[in-house]
Write a protein that binds this ligand. Structure first.
Ligand code: MN
Length: 364
């Protein structure tokens, strides 16, 4: 069969000539022949399949550079690429869904605050009771983790690099202002963002080599809700109705590979690069774009129990064991001791830190 004009090829591929010209300019689908005198584009019917693939990939929102990559692959490899791309989209959407939920709540409060006669939105405030413990573990000489638990703030930070300990301490210290700062209704989101920015600045202000930094996972108590900020691979869990939910998503290379279906969760636990962080508060130059924390808001219920921990616990102690200790040990001080003991019993390869907090009726 001979070459097709752009109009005929457009009809055959169900794409517009405008789209075909764009794909040519982007290097996604160069015509088989361009008339040197007129500049007219001619296409080979064998190019139809690629044209349609490009159109479908555009339709799922794949960026052009990535489409170019996929088009250069064999079908099976291309399928893997599309699967990985879509897994990334879903992980990203989940993070943005949390933020959207938070924002809805934020705007709802704002409105309530401006209407003097509006009815109170919540029942009488609940309270939190907490315990925390940090331990160097059995292998490391120093403890680079830091933790804090107070009437409003729960936080765990896991420092890394030569100045990891000052980094995690600085991040926690910067957050402590939240214990006393006013929390105007409707300002929670901004207050948290400012606090994380201060923590990031505090880490940068340390005179550190560029290889240091810290994770930060913190919850701020408002009297009826817990606002979560999270960056790195420390974790927060919620024990509710006998079930344990991990409510943070690790910002690690291996987690992103699990999200993309390139690794199983089991393979991730033993992966040599499992601690490689994709996001953290780092001492690197300020011109690097500051990492965005994940933000979530949780309505508190009496009986809820939260666990915040560094990876020194979650990497070596299976979730079933966390669940067992948390659900059978009402005493919080005992619970944090038992959790640290579990990590040390399997070698205690890393610093291990946990905060356990219970949501209780006031007066309890
Ligand atoms: Mn660690």
């Amino acid at each position: 069969m001979g070459l097709l004009t752009i109009g005929a090829f457009a009809r055959a591929s169900r794409l517009s000539p405008k789209a075909l010209r764009l794909y040519d300019e982007l290097g996604l689908l160069p015509p088989a022949h361009v008339d040197p005198a007129t500049g007219y584009r001619f296409y080979d019917p064998a190019q139809l399949e690629r044209a349609r693939l490009v159109a479908w990939l555009r339709r799922i929102g794949m960026p052009l550079a990535r489409i170019r990559e996929v088009c250069g692959l064999e079908a099976a490899a291309a399928a893997d690429e599309v699967r990985a791309y879509w897994a990334e989209v879903e992980a990203d959407t989940a993070a943005r869904r949390d933020l959207a939920t938070f924002l809805i709540d934020h705007l709802t409060w704002k409105d309530a605050a401006e209407m003097p006669h509006s009815t109170p939105r919540t029942a009488p405030p609940l309270a939190i009771r907490y315990a925390t413990l940090s331990d160097p573990g059995r292998v490391r000489e120093t403890n680079q983790d830091a933790a804090y638990a107070g009437t409003r703030l729960l936080a765990v930070a896991d420092g890394y690099g030569r100045r990891g300990a000052p980094a995690s301490t600085a991040a926690i210290e910067a957050l402590k202002a939240l214990e006393t700062e006013a929390l105007p209704a409707g300002e929670l989101l901004n207050v948290l963002q400012d606090a994380v920015r201060r923590a990031g600045q505090a880490v940068q202000d340390l005179d550190t080599a560029a290889d240091s930094g810290t994770t930060l996972t913190a919850m701020l108590w408002t009297g009826s809700q817990l606002a979560l900020v999270h960056i790195g691979d420390s974790r927060a869990y919620l024990l509710r109705d006998g079930e344990l939910f991990q409510i943070t998503h690790d910002h690690t290379l291996v987690q992103s590979m699990v999200d993309q279906g390139r690794l199983t969760p089991d393979e991730a636990t033993s992966h040599p690069q499992r601690s490689l962080l994709l996001r953290a508060l780092t001492s690197e130059a300020a011109d690097a774009s500051p990492p965005e924390p994940d933000l979530r808001l949780h309505d508190a219920r009496p009986g809820d129990r939260y666990l915040l921990c560094s990876d020194g616990l979650s990497t070596v102690v299976p979730a079933d064991d966390l669940l067992r200790v948390l659900s059978t040990t009402p005493d919080r001080e005992q619970a944090v001791r038992d959790l640290v003991t579990l990590a040390n019993q399997v070698g205690g390869p890393d610093n291990v830190t946990c905060v356990v907090a219970d949501v209780v009726e006031p007066g309890l």
